[in-house]
Design a protein around this ligand. Structure first.
Ligand code: G6P
Length: 471
């Protein structure tokens, strides 16, 4: 691979799609990370010399800026110091923007030094991108950690075609305008030619913010004018690699592992499953409370149902995440204390990340999937479960505040703030007839397959390609 060659397509995301893994002899090497965005974009970047991915290589990396290749993907590392990480990532990204954009479900803090670190890191990402992009190249910037990159990049390289996609909800103007740096963040995004959101509501919220702050004029639906340029807005709900999930689900190894998992749980009548990053937006506590009350009410019986909750460790340097961990673990132990028997806890709680095969086996083992976020850009777990249930059995409880609910209306949708509503939906899912499961899953699978990840990539990049010509 010619590492020095400039790129025609540059993906820019906070994290590079790789991480350091330890080998048996104690040495380490790069491996592709699991995760939605990586599997979404890596096929478009692999084995291509004129495409690359710009991002932070993680805390274990050196501060080298030398491009390198992993699994046929050209990667351009952006170094971030420990201090910058604290201000840009833990602070502004995950202590300000993340909770604000998720309806203030978690505590929001505004700190000027966090914003300064955020701007510095965004500027560095823009400079690194400007270095590697070929003349007239397409650049696709991802997510809330990099709001200001499009603006900085536009100034450095007006020849580029720039797209920006926000993976998390874009909040109503009432929330966004609380940001002391609201104009600078909105203007940063407006450096793009096309700004993509998960839902039409995100696009509408941004349009309202832009005209309220007078940083752009509205030139039609989803069409803005900023700095004498046209900026398009659009909804592009992200999908998954549905056939990869389905093929894995059909494999003998996964089927066998899922049988072992069920046997390990004592072969209960019903297995309930939750799979999330341990994040306060995900409503893990809601579903545990609903489960606890259903056991207390006698609607569910500990000898017949078992819940598995995978809670992948996440952002543990941020206080709100440590607090949530304590709350969730307290609830799990209360439920097991009250309803478990020796050798048979009713909740199996896994605070570890699971590899692809183990996740697939869990999806195969689960009769009921619980997806109950208070707010969520999309929620790919909901789509993964659907893709894994190729024989059309299983039921899903899905929060109406997940972007996925716009598409997956055949799930049992709930308001996660309404605990009685969640309880009723869980009970309905547990007792759903095989015919109803089939009808619903058939409709859900149709959506997940027809709007898969390649559809997402193609529709965004095709629309970006026909935005007004760059200079
Ligand atoms: C969400 C965000 C991503 C982020 C991921 C994991 O899906 O939209 O941008 O990468 O969570 O969070 P982390 O903070 O570990 O990158």
């Amino acid at each position: 691979m010619v590492i020095a060659q400039k790129s025609q397509l540059v993906v820019v995301a906070n994290r590079l799609p790789v991480r350091r893994v330890e080998l048996e002899d104690g040495s380490t090497e790069w491996a592709t990370s699991p995760g939605g965005l990586v599997s979404a974009l890596s096929p478009a970047l692999q084995e291509s010399t004129d495409r690359c991915w710009v991002g932070w290589a993680g805390s274990d990396s050196t501060d080298s800026t030398e491009p390198f290749a992993v699994d046929g993907m050209k990667l351009v590392p952006v170094p971030v110091t420990a201090d910058e990480l604290d201000n840009h990532y833990n602070g502004m990204s995950n202590g300000t923007l993340w909770p604000l954009y998720h309806d203030k479900v978690g505590p929001v803090e505004f700190h000027r030094h966090w914003f300064d670190g955020y701007r510095t890191v965004n500027k560095r990402f823009a400079e690194a991108t400007a270095e590697v992009a070929e003349s007239g190249a397409t650049v696709w910037i991802q997510d809330y950690q990099l709001h200001m990159v499009p603006g900085f990049l536009r100034r450095l390289r007006p020849d580029l075609r720039i797209g920006f996609f926000l993976h998390i909800p874009f909040p109503p103007a009432e929330l966004f305008t609380q940001l002391p740096w609201r104009e600078r963040l909105a203007e940063g995004m407006l450096g793009a030619d096309l700004i993509g959101f998960q839902t039409p509501r995100g696009a509408a919220n941004f349009q309202r913010v832009a005209s309220f702050l007078k940083v752009a004029t509205v030139d039609g639906k989803h069409r803005l004018k900023h700095d004498a340029r046209e900026v398009r807005l659009g909804a592009y709900p992200i999908g998954i690699d549905a056939s990869r999930y389905e093929n894995a689900a059909r494999s003998h190894e996964i089927e066998e592992r899922s049988r072992d998992l069920r046997a390990g749980l004592g072969n209960p009548r019903t297995v309930l499953l939750g799979v999330d990053r341990l994040d306060y937006t995900k409503g893990i506590d809601v579903r545990l409370r609903a489960f606890k009350e259903l056991l207390a009410d006698g609607v569910l019986h500990p000898s017949q149902v078992t819940m598995v909750q995978v809670a992948e460790p996440s952002r543990d340097q941020v206080d709100a995440y440590a607090d949530l961990r304590a709350r969730v673990e307290q609830l799990v132990s209360e439920i097991n204390g009250d309803y478990g028997r020796v050798g048979f806890p009713v909740v199996h709680y896994i605070h570890q990340s699971q590899d692809f095969d183990e996740l697939m086996s869990l999806y195969r083992a689960a009769d009921v999937m619980l997806v109950t976020p208070f707010a969520d850009g999309m929620n790919l777990v909901a789509k993964e479960y659907v893709a894994a249930r190729y024989e059309e059995s299983g039921a899903m409880v899905l929060s109406e505040f997940a972007g996925a609910a716009h598409q997956l209306s055949d799930a049992l949708t709930v308001n996660p703030y309404d605990i009685d509503g969640v309880k009723a939906a869980v009970a309905e899912a547990v007792n759903m007839s095989p015919e109803e499961q089939r009808t619903r899953l058939r409709a859900l699978r149709e959506v997940v397959k027809s709007t898969d990840v390649s559809f997402w990539v193609e529709s965004f990049l095709n629309d970006l390609a026909v935005t007004a010509d760059a200079v």
